[in-house]
Every structure is written in C-alpha cells, then in structure tokens.
Design a protein around this ligand. Structure first.
Ligand code: SF4
Length: 387
C-alpha cells in the first residue's frame, strides 16, 4: 500500500496510481428534473415518452446512506447531493439527515436548480445540510427561460438563493454555464449582481455531457475570456485553491467585493488533481464525470453484500492509464481496485469476477462486474449537477 496517501490531517486514505485520493463523492438521488435545460435534458430527448428510472430502480435512502458510510470510511470527506434536480425527490431531507450523521464527513452540500429552494431551505438546514450550489444561467428572463426551456422565472431562483442565505446554507455558490451565442452577454450582469453579496458566482465552460446536447467547441466561451471581461470592469486577482482537487479556479475582486470561480473543464482539464467519483441514482459508481460505464453497486447491496470492518491496508483507487467507460476523454478514471480487504462482502454469491479467479468477497467494492450504462452519457454526468 505504498501509494496510500497521508493527508494533511494525518489519516491514510487510498490513492490511485497517480496519487489521487478519493475525497469527493457526488450522489445523484434522481434522474428527473422539472427543467429541460437545452444543454442537459433537451426536450427532444427527454420528452413525454422518455423512460426515467422506476421507483424500485432508485437506491433507497437507506442504501445511499449505507454506501456513503463505506465511502467515508475510505477517505471521502465531501458529499454533494445532486440529480437531476434533487429537490424533486420526495422527502430528500430525510436522506440529508442520515448523511449528516456520518462520522468523518466534513462537507455536505447540494446542487439544485433553485426552483424549490425557497420552501425547502430551512428544512434542509435543520436536517444537517451545510450549504448549497444553485444553477442560474442569466438574470434575464428571456435568456434564462430559453435555457431552462420550461419558462421558469429568474425571480423565483433568486428567491431560493436568498432563502438559502437566510437559512445559513452558506456560502451559497451560484453556477452559471456559459454558452457562446446563448448567454455569454449575461456574464457581466451576473457578476455585478452577485458582487458584494457573499455568494460565490462560478462560471462553467459549456461542456459535452454525452450524446444529448449536440455540443460544439465553437460554443465554448473559454474561462480566460470570462475572467478578462470581468477584470476589465472590476479588477481581479487569483486566489490559492482551498484544497487539492478544487475544480474552480478562484479569483477575488481587488476592491474586496468577494470572489468568483471559473470551471475550465474544456480548456484546462483538471484531471491531474481530480478527487471525485459519482454515484448515480440507480447505484452505479462512475469514477470519472465523463465515464459512460458505471460499476453496479446496487446489485451488490441487494444481493446480500454486507459492510465489513476495514482492517489493515485499504483498497486502492487506481488510474490504470485512463480508459474505463465507452467514452475516454483523457479524463480521470478512479478505480477502487483489488482490495486487500473488501468493503462489501457478498458471501454466497459469485459474479463475473469469479471467472477471473475470485468472488466478490475476494475483490474490491467496485471491481465487481462493470456494466454499460443503459442511459448513455447522461447517466454519468449532468453539467451543473456534477459540480
Ligand atoms: S442542468 Fe440542472 S436544472 Fe437543467 S435540466 Fe439538467 S439537471 Fe435540470
């Protein structure tokens, strides 16, 4: 276990072949959303006939919490609850309560489109949520509505942001996906609005989320261009990252009016320091935001696997050269690799890995039969939800 990393606070966490620890788990609680953002769930694909996951296919809150405990035991320190839109899953605050009670978890946050936040903020805070990130692509109704494609008004999202601030779900982060020819002209208006509020506005380069959004490179507004345009009006200076693996480049206003972030996932990929993995609503573990194949943890859970106490060396997270899913983007690929001690034990069950000489109990949690994601790229990533 030479590659295991000793973190700043002294605990030893599994690292992959590139020395990257797994710190940050995003958990999708639903594949549904009440918006149809053109870059994420375009109506032509996600129309009336689209087959979303059935209730029994979703992980239950208890299953999610159980897996979350395993990941925290492996070194995960931050959990982000995502969707789809997480607040459309009924009683999601009950899940928050369970997650908030996990020993060792330091940061529990949620990314939401803000549409239901005004009514939920206080309950979420009381359940133990630390903070929220809200997606908002423009302050202009016509632009925002053209992007969310369900005529949802800006004012209601702003109301949600303020409710979150009042409920102390802070600092509130606001994510804006910037698309050339779509909302790039809204950048300065958004920056001006959120300067001095204590909220952190983050600009995200428009990115390819699979096969559904017809992504073209010409539609990407590079982060450097965004920073330049803001700096010309309100001078900025760079700020050191908060921690290794932070995806947003940080800048602060020189006049003390707060800070912004830029997420340059297209022009400056941050794979080298990636510490993230994603658990989909149906229980697949994706070790890269761009992976189209996940590892089926739901089958392990429902097949009778049980958590065992970690003893001795921990399983490694490895990056075996960067190929995992159907779509290799040169992005990071964490694997929970062959374990010295299993995290989930399935005593009476053999699976695909048995053909390679061992059953699930002999191998690591996620080593068990990777399978194709039936829903393609969207199953693995959602642009604003994934941050
Ligand atoms: S980007 Fe967010 S709000 Fe928009 S459709 Fe996707 S999940 Fe829903």
């Amino acid at each position: 276990m030479e590659r295991a990393l000793a973190s700043a606070d002294g605990d030893r966490s599994p690292g992959d072949a590139l020395g990257r620890p797994l710190r940050d788990l995003r958990i999708s609680v639903t594949d549904r959303c009440n918006f149809r953002c053109v870059y994420c769930m375009p109506k032509e694909v996600f129309g009336r006939d689209f087959q979303f996951l059935k209730r029994e296919e979703l992980l239950t809150f208890e299953e999610i919490a159980r897996l979350a405990r395993v990941f925290v035991a492996c070194g995960v320190r931050k959990i982000r609850v995502t969707g789809g839109e997480p607040l459309v899953r009924r009683n999601v605050e009950r899940l928050i309560e369970q997650l908030a009670g996990i020993d060792g978890l330091r940061d529990l946050t949620m990314t939401t489109n803000g549409s239901l936040l005004a009514s939920k903020a206080r309950t979420l805070r009381e359940a133990g949520l630390h903070r929220v990130t809200v997606s908002l692509d423009s302050l202009e109704d016509d632009v925002f509505q053209a992007m969310n494609d369900v005529d949802f008004p800006v004012a209601q999202v702003l109301g949600g942001i303020e409710a979150a601030a009042r409920a102390a779900l802070t600092p509130v982060k606001v994510n804006m996906v910037v698309k050339r020819g779509g909302n790039e002209h809204s950048v300065l208006g958004m920056a001006g609005h959120f300067r001095g509020t204590g909220h952190v506005l983050r600009f995200i380069e428009y990115m390819d989320v699979g096969t559904t959004n017809g992504w073209r490179l010409e539609e990407v507004v590079p982060a450097a261009e965004i920073v330049r345009s803001i700096d010309a009006l309100w001078p900025l200076e760079p700020v050191e990252p908060n921690y290794r693996g932070e995806v947003a480049g940080r800048y602060r206003y020189r006049d003390g009016a707060g800070e912004i972030g830029v997420i340059a996932s297209v022009t400056q990929p941050f794979c080298r320091d990636c510490t993230r993995a994603r658990l989909s609503a149906d229980g697949r573990l994706y070790t890269c935001l761009f992976a189209s194949r996940g590892h089926d943890l739901r089958s392990l859970l429902r097949g009778g696997a049980r958590p065992v106490r970690l003893a001795g060396p921990r399983p490694q997270v490895s990056a075996p050269g960067g190929r995992e899913g159907g779509r290799d983007r040169g992005a990071p690929h964490h694997h929970l690799d062959k374990a010295d001690g299993p995290l989930l034990r399935a005593p009476h069950r053999r699976d695909a890995s048995a053909a390679q000489g061992g059953d699930v109990a002999d191998r690591g949690l996620a080593r068990a039969h990777p399978t194709a994601d039936p829903r393609g790229g969207f199953g693995s990533v959602s642009p604003t939800r994934s941050r």
